[in-house]
Design a protein. Structure first.
Length: 190
């Protein structure tokens, strides 16, 4: 009888932003509502769309590390696929470029879409997951333009991703009226 290989182990770690990363960060700038020393880089295992385990990174506020780490661990156990998880700085902090690349990201010091108020991302207390499969709809337009709400990695009401983030007290933007933001989870509610 052949032995079944053990399931891959989940790995997560968080650390302060190191000087080399801080020097290239375009996601933080003067005037942001959170200081760089209050942010943490979280490196985590996740299942990719290719069915393999990958390591991704997001930046969150230090008081969000436990919630985000727990949620991502539960998604890993559920084998929920995430296409990629790279720092928004790899895209020049350009949210549109990150969305078009289907990148899962968290901290980005920016205003909320269609608003003059800070986004929860600017506070490091929000994450956007599989952005092409889970677009934002604002003013009748779909973001990103290459979105397709089908296939692997789609987030659905009552589905595993919504349930997992609810267990850590984070709300889902898919319940909002405007914008309807299927990719978005935040500590500020949903």
């Amino acid at each position: 009888m052949l032995a079944t290989p053990p399931p891959p182990a989940f790995h997560a770690e968080a650390h302060a932003i190191r000087p080399a990363l801080r020097a290239r960060m375009t996601s933080w700038h003067r005037g942001c509502p959170v200081a760089p020393h209050d942010l943490r880089v979280v490196s985590v295992s996740h299942w990719g769309f290719d069915g393999r385990v990958h390591t991704g990174r997001v930046i969150v506020r230090r008081d969000a590390v436990v919630a985000v780490g727990r949620a991502l661990r539960l998604l890993f156990v559920a084998r929920f696929p995430i296409r990629q998880m790279r720092l928004i700085d790899d895209f020049g902090a350009d949210d549109n470029r990150s969305m078009a690349a289907d990148n899962t990201s968290a901290f980005n010091c920016r205003r909320a879409a269609g608003s003059t108020s800070w986004s929860e991302h600017a506070y490091g207390r929000a994450i956007d997951i599989n952005r092409r499969e889970n677009p934002m709809i604002l003013g009748g337009r779909v973001y990103p333009a290459n979105a397709r709400r089908r296939g692997k990695g789609v987030i659905r009401a009552g589905g595993v991703v919504v349930r997992v983030f609810a267990t850590v007290g984070w709300g889902w933007g898919g319940r909002w009226n405007s914008p309807r933001d299927y990719q978005h989870f935040s500590a500020g509610g949903g």
